[in-house]
Design a protein around this ligand. Sequence first.
Ligand code: CMP
Length: 136
Amino acid sequence: MSNIEQTLSIIKPDAVERNLQDQIRSEFKNNNFEIIKEKKIHISKEEAEKFYKVHETKPFYNDLCEYLSSGPIVVMMLKKDNAVLENRKLMGSTNPKDADEGTLRKKYGISIDKNSVHGSDSVENAKVELDFFFKD
Ligand code: CMP
């Protein structure tokens, strides 16, 4: 039975800075994700704080928000069967050092902060995160 879902992907500042967005877009397409919407934006620190609110009690919250707002990002609405889990598998572990060979964070990530991509971690969060960037 099919279980078509949508999920949010963010190509983070470190990857956009290195001009990796075309390569990462191809990775999604090669893995049968449909890119429904996409835009390149530069968000403020306040917007980053709202986006990462679930992490507000974490010690890395401030740096994380500084970082996400430090340069342009590309946000994408992706669609696929089991898109949330499939994107998490394609991204690999949060820390590129722990990520499996072939995953996006292994291939492109620099550090746990500069890990090149973000992806929603659940179907519920995907809805909230997609609304955050794509609600018109
Ligand atoms: P992301 O999937 O965007 O979600 C939150 C981000 O916080 C995560 O990727 C990492 O880039 C960043 N981060 C920094 N330090 C940590 C940490 N110790 N544990 C988890 N995430 C971290």
